[in-house]
Design a protein around this ligand. Structure first.
Ligand code: PBG
Length: 327
């Protein structure tokens, strides 16, 4: 069809027509709000993430109550544990009474409709800030790490986690975690695998929030996270995780990786999550603070485009704000 029989603008002339044919809409049901919880019992702000706080074990309860009232039913919990509890071998991650386990029990009792997603990786618990165990030669020991991660996943499942989310990018961890959970009769605990997780500069504010940034120093996660130049490798990693037993897969970061989200969506049949990470949050916040653009417009666009690319579930530090706007 050609002009003038076809004029694209006819369908754009009225708001009600535009609304009627909108192909993508964000719903609160798709959103996950990530939270940092600080064991030191002090609420603190995070310099690189304006507007995001580290909550205490007390204050997170009413915060999550507010979030649920706004319609967001899923949270991802990230612990900021006491520095003296960090160790070479991340032992605190297996403590049945660690910060996350205590919180899981409290939240499950308080909010039956809440879905808790627990991060499975060692970086919050190790002295060096790595996601895995480091051997005597300074290398990440893959197979020892996945044993540890499996126990950690079970520990979280026992305390009430609905979804365990390995974000470490070790090989074979999904298979081992699934078999641990099955063996221990946690048949219904979901695995959301950070399956296509890139080695990204955009995680820096998160590491500052967690207090792992200084520990990590100049060391990089490039021996386990995916090189951002690689598309096919990212697809392979997600396909493998599905094979190993993931219920949900993830692409991370989100905004600069929408080609990967789309391609994996077209190739697979399980739900896909995308994580709008700390650096994406910080960039938008900083630009808005200089008056370049309006927060609401730019955030809704960023989230909508992530959904349009194929993400079913979206992790975003803007989730609570977005829920308020969608009301
Ligand atoms: C830990 C983990 C990271 C993020 C989520 N889980 C950081 C990392 O891999 O270094 C990043 C989230 C964000 O930047 O918002 N494995």
């Amino acid at each position: 069809m050609v002009f003038p029989d076809h004029r694209g603008r006819r369908l754009r002339k009225h708001n009600s027509i535009r609304e009627s044919i909108a192909e993508t809409n964000i719903c609160v049901q798709n959103l996950v709000m990530p939270y940092f919880i600080d064991e030191s019992n002090k609420i603190s702000s995070i310099d690189s993430m304006k507007g995001i706080k580290r909550f205490t074990e007390e204050s997170i309860i009413s915060e999550i109550g507010e979030l649920l009232d706004l319609g967001v039913k899923m949270v991802a919990l990230f612990p900021v544990i006491s520095p003296q509890k960090k160790s070479k071998n991340a032992d605190e991650s297996l403590n049945e009474d660690n910060l996350i386990c205590r919180l899981n029990r409290k939240l499950k009792k308080e909010f039956p409709e809440l879905i808790i997603i627990c991060d499975v990786a060692l970086d919050a618990y190790t002295l060096n800030g790595h996601d895995g165990l480091v051997d005597s030669l300074g290398k990440i020991d893959n197979d020892k790490t996945i044993e540890m991660l499996s126990k950690m996943a079970l520990n979280f499942a026992k305390s009430g986690a609905d979804i365990v989310a390995p974000s470490d990018m070790m090989d074979g961890r999904i298979k081992l975690i699934r078999s641990y959970l099955e063996k221990n009769k946690y048949h219904d605990t979901c695995i959301l695998s950070y399956s296509s997780k890139f080695c990204s500069n955009f995680y820096t504010p998160f590491r500052q929030a967690l207090g792992s940034e200084k520990n990590l120093g100049n060391s990089s996660k490039s021996t386990y996270q995916i090189d951002f130049r690689n598309r096919r490798e990212a697809i392979k990693e997600s396909l493998e995780d599905i094979e190993e037993g993931s219920d949900i897969i993830m692409v991370k970061p989100a905004g600069y990786y929408l080609d990967i989200v789309r391609e994996i969506k077209d190739l697979t049949v399980i739900p896909i999550a995308a994580y709008q990470v700390s650096g994406e949050y910080a960039m938008i916040k900083n630009a808005v603070s200089t008056g370049i653009f309006d927060l609401r417009g730019v955030v809704l666009e960023s989230i909508c485009c992530i959904k349009r690319s194929g993400a079913d579930i979206i992790f975003s530090y803007f989730a609570k704000e977005v829920a308020k706007w969608l009301r």
